[in-house]
Write a protein that binds this ligand. Structure first.
Ligand SMILES: CC(C)(COP(=O)(O)OP(=O)(O)OC[C@H]1O[C@@H](n2cnc3c(N)ncnc32)[C@H](O)[C@@H]1OP(=O)(O)O)[C@@H](O)C(=O)NCCC(=O)NCCS
Length: 172
C-alpha cells in the first residue's frame, strides 16, 4: 500500500512550499488552517535543526518523485517519564483522494515505531473531517474518543475525534 511513497527531510526549497501551504486554506486544507501565521519560526527551526528534533519534527511526503505534502509530529508529555507522539498531515489538493493519505499515515506509523521506542501514537481531527477519519481508520488507527469543543477554528469551537495506535496495534 505504501509503494512509491516516501518520507524525506525538509530541504530549503520546501520552506517556500510550506509557506505557500500555510498562507492558503485550500492548500493546507480547511481543517488545518487557523489564519495567517508568522512563517519565520519554520525558517528558524530549519536553520537550527532542519525541522528534525526529538520533540517536534516535519517530513515531506513524496509520491512518484513529486512532493505532495508533509507530515509533522510532536512529543506530548503524558507523565513524568512518559510521552506519546501526536501527528498531523496535509496533502496538496491534487494529491488528495487517491489513497496517499492512508499510505502515508501507515508509513509514518511504521517509521515512528521503528525509530523510537514510543508506545503510542495519536492524531486528532475535527468531527467534520470525515476524509481524515476514514483515512486514519484504513491505516489501522483506532477511534478512541470524541473531544467536545476541543479546538477553535473559523468562528466556532469544534469537536474533535481522537485516534490512537499502540505499538501492539501496528498492522503486520
Ligand atoms: C485528510 C487527508 C490526509 C486524507 O488523505 P487522502 O489521500 O485524501 O485520503 P484517502 O484517499 O487515503 O482516503 C479517504 C477515504 O475517505 C473517503 N471519503 C472521501 N470523501 C468522503 C466523504 N465525504 N464522506 C465519507 N468518506 C469520504 C474516501 O472514499 C476514502 O475511503 P475509501 O478508500 O474507503 O473509499 C487529505 O485529504 C488532506 O491532506 N486533506 C487536507 C488536510 C487535512 O484535512 N488534514 C488532516 C487534518 S487533521
Amino acid at each position: 500500500m505504501t509503494e512509491g511513497i516516501r518520507l524525506r527531510p525538509v530541504t530549503e526549497p520546501d520552506l517556500d512550499t510550506l509557506d505557500e501551504m500555510f498562507a492558503d486554506p485550500a492548500q493546507v486544507g480547511e481543517f488545518n488552517w487557523s489564519g495567517f501565521s508568522d512563517p519565520s519560526p519554520w525558517r528558524r527551526r530549519y536553520a537550527e535543526n532542519r525541522l528534525l528534533a526529538d520533540d517536534k519534527s516535519v517530513l515531506m511526503i513524496e509520491a512518484e518523485s513529486a512532493t505532495v505534502g508533509f507530515v509533522s509530529w510532536y512529543r506530548l508529555q503524558t507523565g513524568q517519564a512518559a510521552h506519546v507522539f501526536q501527528f498531523g498531515i496535509s496533502l496538496l489538493p491534487p494529491a488528495r483522494g487517491r489513497g496517499l493519505g492512508t499510505a502515508t499515515q501507515s508509513l509514518l506509523a511504521r517509521y515512528l515505531f521503528a525509530q523510537s521506542p514510543v508506545h503510542r501514537i495519536q492524531a486528532v481531527t475535527e468531527v467534520e473531517n470525515v476524509v481524515e477519519q476514514r483515512s486514519l481508520e484504513k491505516a489501522g488507527f483506532v477511534r478512541e474518543a470524541v473531544l467536545k469543543e476541543h479546538t477553535w477554528r473559523d468562528g466556532a469551537w469544534r469537536d474533535e475525534v481522537l485516534y490512537r495506535m499502540l505499538r501492539s496495534e501496528l498492522p503486520a
